[in-house]
Design a protein around this ligand. Structure first.
Ligand code: PHE
Length: 457
């Protein structure tokens, strides 16, 4: 595929690499760790339906809009937004859009590395054979012991951060591109193997019913807001990651089709993870669907502990989860790194170390919120819960709303049309209608009702 226009950071070699990179960014802890537990805490079925509607009606159109800005600007999100705003003759204040996303990305990276650290730690926890024959209670104790130990958490968080820096220093082609192309297909394959096992050994029927029987009585606005936040988080939108990757996308690739493929992979991994995890949750005594952030780390080890070859399969599984988290985290780091390189003239290594260092430091707050600071509350949240809520349910929706409005109304029509070249007329009109009318109204309504429900009712 010809690359007629390239930014200073390089470009993906093909549309397929972009798909793998964007999928690598999208598929991560959000799918395997977060989706099952927020669905579990919100009663299952109806939440899942809301989530899927949000992906389709809000996520996909906003994601396309983000890629358009990125591919047009060919720079870091902050500068791509600024240039596009200037070329469109739009109000300068739209520029804040780039900033909001990048700040949200740094906040997310800080706690993301902590959770990814759990996954790293679990590779060894499972490999040691400690969890052979574990039941719900003993697996729960292993998890609680990990959380109670700040030094182990910091160790894994640090190792994870260094892994991210390692790839991002390698740059777009050598670092990110190569890593994702091999690892993503492998992860998908592994998920299918586990799905097979959950059908054979877990309570698959109960998991299916839990995720797909819609009980609307369990649904409230707070849950819908969480479903929308999860849709943003899982697609990596609203924080510059997809915009930054879009900047490296080949000129001629069809945006509509490409993004639909990414959204499909992403939702598929989330649903499959949910089916696997709940199959084992419902087959095990002592684990509730609403167990919270520990859900994956407690239910799956029980399953691995009971399966032949479980030590090996389980260790490989956590290796793959760590890799998925890794390919997501690098996309949180990249936008800011690209910006520092462009504007502050820093080299890639130094920009990386500075940002990773900052996120690492902030991440200590999340580490401690699981042990020595577990009593402290901010607006009723622990530090980790606070950052999670602030980013996914407040910053990302606001950023998504602004992206939809900007591209729908303020961005120069010609620039938008240029980006839609190659995308079919039907898809283009549908997209434009959604991004102008449906997405903004839906985001605003869910946001207002959800915040009201959460804090004021
Ligand atoms: N989408 C990633 C996940 O689901 C998280 C992420 C968010 C990555 C934002 C990059 C940017 O795990």
């Amino acid at each position: 595929m010809a690359l007629q226009q390239k930014g200073m950071h390089g470009a993906w070699v093909s549309r397929w690499t972009f798909i793998m990179a964007a999928t690598g960014s999208a598929v991560g802890l959000g799918n395997m760790w977060k989706f099952p537990y927020v669905a579990g805490s919100n009663g299952g079925g109806a939440f899942v339906l809301m989530y899927l509607i949000c992906i389709l009606l809000i996520g996909v159109p906003v994601m396309m809009a983000e890629v358009m800005i990125g591919r047009h600007g060919r720079k870091s999100p902050i500068n791509s937004v600024r240039d596009t705003v200037a070329e469109s003759g739009a109000d300068k204040r739209w520029g804040s859009l780039g900033w909001l996303g990048v700040v949200a990305g740094m906040l997310i990276l800080s706690f993301y590395a902590v959770i990814a650290g759990w996954a790293l730690g679990y590779i060894f926890e499972v490999a040691s054979g400690n969890l052979i024959g574990a039941n719900g209670a003993s697996a729960g104790t292993v998890f609680e012991n990990l959380l109670a130990d700040p030094s182990r958490l910091v160790l894994w968080q640090t190792i994870f951060m260094l892994l991210c820096v390692g790839v991002v220093v390698g740059g777009v082609k050598k670092g990110l591109g190569v890593a994702v192309e091999i690892l993503m297909p492998l992860l998908f394959l592994m998920m299918l193997v586990l799905l097979g096992f959950s059908v054979l050994k877990g309570n698959f029927a109960a998991a299916w019913a839990f995720l797909f029987d819609f009980d609307f009585a369990a649904l409230n606005w707070r849950a819908v807001l969480e479903a929308m936040g999860q849709a943003f988080f899982t697609l990596s939108i609203g924080m510059g990651a997809i915009m930054a990757y879009g900047a490296y996308m080949p000129e001629k690739a069809n945006i509509g089709k490409t993004i639909l493929v990414v959204a499909f992979f992403d939702s598929a991994v989330a649903i499959i993870s949910g089916l696997i995890i709940f199959s084992f949750v419902f087959a095990t005594q002592g684990i509730e669907p609403s167990a919270g952030p520990g859900l994956m780390f407690i239910s799956l080890p029980v399953a691995f502990g009971a399966m032949p070859g479980g030590v090996l399969i389980g260790s490989i599984f956590f290796v793959l989860v760590s890799i998925a988290a890794w390919s997501s985290a690098i996309s949180l780091l990249e936008p800011c790194v690209a910006w520092l390189i462009e504007t502050k003239n820093l080299d890639r290594v130094r920009a990386n170390l500075m940002l990773a260092g900052f996120a690492w430091l902030l991440g200590l707050g999340s580490v401690f919120s699981f042990n020595i600071w577990s009593e402290y509350r901010l607006l009723g949240f622990t530090f980790f819960d606070f950052l999670d809520f602030l980013t996914a349910n407040i910053m990302l929706p606001i950023s998504g709303l602004m992206i939809a409005l900007f591209v729908g109304y303020a961005m120069n029509k010609k620039l938008v049309e240029e980006q839609l070249e190659g995308t079919s007329q039907t898809v283009s009109s549908l997209w434009l209608f959604t991004v102008r009318n449906i997405a903004p109204v839906a985001i605003a309504a869910v946001f207002v009702m959800g915040i009201y429900d959460k804090f004021l009712s």
